[in-house]
Every structure is written in structure tokens, then in C-alpha cells.
Design a protein around this ligand. Structure first.
Ligand SMILES: [Zn+2]
Length: 427
């Protein structure tokens, strides 16, 4: 919010004369107890949960490895850099943004939380630069200056930073990538192909496709360097939309055979399934005899690492950033409520029995010619039949399950018939 400090207008007609431009004073913003200003930098309050998640991942990393050097390549006002420095106790943070006019604001924000160095901490704690992010990252690589965490909060479907971020990433390090392009996962398949190497079709779960195509882009780029990258968590936020994924460089063979493939979909009956490269050509027809369409190549592995998410949840609980199980969510402040729900649902989604995609309750109703089922009722019905079910962080009005679309419709129809019979008896 901007507060005008202009003088009151005099009542003598002088207000028609040009008035000297008065400076405006910005009220500081707060995020998890830290005060900062944004100036002219792009900032969205709604993205705070994405920053909470990356800070929790950074804290977990520091506890595991004993050190944390973070580089925020497109830092905006510097709020993420501040949070890595203070909340994740980063040993060093490099805050960079290509916009030179943001430098004073970034410096003010960082100086407010820690001196760049001092007599008791002679090692440099942070620095600010205003370079092109690719030049900066490749410069780090050329200088053998590698980072534990690289945050790339880019705009649109800009994947040009993937290669340079991987080049500057320490072995075992984390990279936090971004897409804000909600069209590539549905309406602009050739844009997705250019940016991430994935040809997208319009599937019922397009925003999960959005996360998976970004992961695929990083995995493919890493594979050219014989590096394995896997997601620790994948977060979708509708307000941008914003697709943010934290990936970790891991030891081991590339998993292109098992986790990088295709998703087949039948628009006739709604069935969908993951398809590996070895299975291509064997699934061209759906069981209903219609032809499948294919999206890919795309990440078909897990969206989250359950062990890492459990650690992040424990850290969040220690910090009082989330509520205990069973706490009345209506009594929580919005940021605690949101993060509690996001982490809970991500943990549910991490069940290894769950396949790609989610099934919308409206689709079940439409195909089954029944009223839209209640999510909790259908969940219990499917679980009673032995299926694994979770909520989806992307679409609240849907389910993730290892039951097929046809099986979901069948169970929903049975539940509806049962309810209808009960009402008939009562009347
Ligand atoms: Zn079909």
C-alpha cells in the first residue's frame, strides 16, 4: 500500500497550478515475521506459501548437510533472499535481479536483517548484483562457485535458465524452478514442446500436466549432463497460475525408462494411463475401442518425495507455521491454514500407489449421469473397495486414486442408488 505524503490542497485555487511531485512512502509488508518493502518490484502476497515451502526445504537441507549457500537468480525485492538468510540460517545468500533500479530496495531489505559481514562474522553473508541471470549462473560455473540451493523465479514458460542453473548447482543441491504459463499445458502445445520438450493435449487434469512438463524439462536438461534430478515437492497455485517445483540432484542411474514417458487419454470414456517408451504402440486403442491421444514425453514419476515432505512438515510444526492434526482450521490465521492444508494434501498425494492425474467429481457426475458426488463420501466408498484415494492440491473438487474413471463412476452410481433407496424408504 502506498501512503501519500502530499500536503493538503489550499482552498485558494492554487491547486490548479502544477504541484511539485511529492515522494510517497511505502508501508512495509510482513511475511512470517520479517518486515520488508517491495518498491517497484513484482510481488504477490499469494505466492508466500511457495516461499514457505522453499524455506522449509532449505532448512531441511541445512540440517542434513550442515551448510547452505543459496543463490536467488531473479530475486525481485529480495524477500526470498531475506528468508533464506534469516529463517533457513543460510551461510551465504547471493541476491540477483537483472533490474538495476531494484538494487537500493534489495540492499535495504537485506541490511535490515543482517550486515553483509561484520567483526564477529568476517565471512561475507550476502551480496547483491544486477546481472542477467544466465550470465551470473554460468559465471559461477566457470569460477567453480557452486550452490546448495538455486532459486529461479522466472516468468512465463522461460526454461532458458535450466541449463545454467544446473551448471552452477552443487552435487546433491536443490533447484527451485518456476513456470507461470497456464496455456502451454493445454492450448499451446508447440510452446510446451519448445520450452519443455513435451507435446501437450487438452487433458482433464491440465494443471498437473503443467507441473509434470516443467519437471520433464529439468530432467531432460539434466540428462544431457548425465545428472539425475527428482522432485522433492511440486506446488501449483491458481493465482498466477504459478507452477513451482523443488528438485534435487541425486546419485543413481537416470530414470528415463521408468519416470519419463507418456500419458495416454481416451476422450470417449475418460480413461487415462501412464505409458513408458517400451510400451509405445501397444496402447494406441483404449479398452472402449476408441483411439488414445498422447501427451509427452513428460514426467510420469512421483510429484513429491514423501520422506523430504515429512521432514519439512516437522520443521513447519517446530516453527509453528502449521497446525497440529485435529486443530480447528477455522481458528487459524490464513497463512497457517493455507500451509497446513498444502502440506497435508501433498503428503496424501505422495502415496506411491497413486498414478498420474486426478479425476474431477463433475466428470464422474456427467459420465455417470448422476448428481455430483460428495468428495468425502466417494473417497470412503472407493477405500471400502480397496482403492487408494487422496485429495488433489491442484483441484479441490477432484480425487487422485488408483481406481479407473469407470470404477469411480460405478462406485459413485452405487452410492447414489443407496442414498436414493434410503430417501424412498423415509418418505
Ligand atoms: Zn475409452
Amino acid at each position: 500500500m502506498l501512503v501519500s505524503t502530499a500536503l493538503p490542497v489550499p482552498p485558494d485555487g492554487l491547486s490548479r497550478l502544477p504541484q511539485p511531485q511529492q515522494p510517497t512512502k511505502e508501508l512495509p509488508k510482513m511475511e512470517r515475521g520479517l518486515s520488508f518493502t517491495t518498491g517497484n518490484a513484482f510481488y504477490r502476497r499469494e505466492s508466500a506459501v511457495g516461499r514457505d515451502l522453499s524455506v522449509l526445504a532449505a532448512i531441511a537441507y541445512k540440517r542434513e548437510h550442515g551448510q547452505l549457500r543459496a543463490l536467488d537468480a531473479l530475486c525481485g525485492c529480495g524477500v526470498r533472499a531475506m528468508r533464506y538468510l534469516v529463517q533457513a540460517s543460510a551461510d551465504f545468500v547471493w541476491a540477483n535481479d537483472a533490474c538495476d533500479h531494484l538494487r537500493p530496495g534489495i540492499l535495504d531489505n537485506l541490511r535490515a536483517v543482517a550486515p553483509p559481514s561484520c567483526s564477529s562474522c568476517p565471512t561475507e553473508r550476502w551480496k547483491v548484483s544486477t546481472q542477467d541471470a544466465n550470465k551470473l549462473l554460468l559465471g559461477c560455473y566457470l569460477a567453480d562457485d557452486y550452490y546448495d540451493l538455486i532459486d529461479v523465479d522466472s516468468h512465463g514458460s522461460n526454461s532458458v535458465f535450466f541449463g545454467s542453473a544446473l551448471a552452477a548447482l552443487k552435487r546433491g543441491g536443490l533447484v527451485y524452478v518456476t513456470s507461470t504459463d497456464g496455456f502451454s499445458c493445454s492450448k499451446r502445445p508447440y510452446n510446451a514442446l519448445a520450452s519443455y520438450g513435451t507435446f501437450t493435449r487438452r487433458l482433464p487434469f491440465i494443471n498437473e500436466i503443467g507441473l509434470r512438463m516443467v519437471i520433464a524439462g529439468v530432467v531432460r536438461e539434466a540428462a544431457t549432463r548425465n545428472l539425475r534430478m527428482r522432485p522433492l515437492f511440486s506446488h501449483y497455485s491458481a493465482h498466477g497460475p504459478v507452477f513451482r517445483i523443488m528438485l534435487r540432484m541425486e546419485h543413481g542411474e537416470l530414470d528415463l525408462r521408468t519416470n519419463y514417458g507418456f500419458i495416454a487419454h481416451c476422450s470417449e470414456c475418460g480413461a487415462f494411463q501412464s505409458v513408458s517408451w517400451d510400451e509405445l504402440g501397444q496402447t494406441s486403442a483404449c479398452s472402449c475401442s476408441k483411439k488414445n491421444t498422447y501427451t509427452g514425453p513428460i514426467w510420469i514419476g512421483p510429484l513429491h518425495n514423501i520422506a523430504y515432505l515429512q521432514t519439512m512438515s516437522r520443521v513447519a510444526k517446530e516453527l509453528n507455521w502449521i497446525a497440529s492434526p485435529g486443530f480447528d482450521m477455522k481458528k487459524l490465521d490464513p497463512e497457517t491454514s493455507k500451509l497446513t492444508e498444502v502440506l497435508d494434501v501433498m503428503l496424501e498425494e505422495s502415496n506411491p500407489a497413486l498414478p498420474c492425474g486426478y479425476i474431477g467429481l463433475h466428470e464422474i457426475a456427467s459420465r455417470g449421469k448422476i448428481p455430483t458426488p460428495r468428495r468425502d463420501t466417494l473417497t470412503r466408498g472407493l477405500q471400502k473397495e480397496g482403492y487408494v484415494v487422496s485429495r488433489s492440491q491442484i483441484e479441490p473438487n477432484s480425487l487422485k486414486t488408483n481406481a479407473s474413471v469407470a470404477e469411480c463412476i460405478h462406485v459413485a452410481q452405487q452410492l447414489f442408488a443407496l442414498q436414493h433407496d434410503k430417501l424412498s424408504i423415509q418418505s
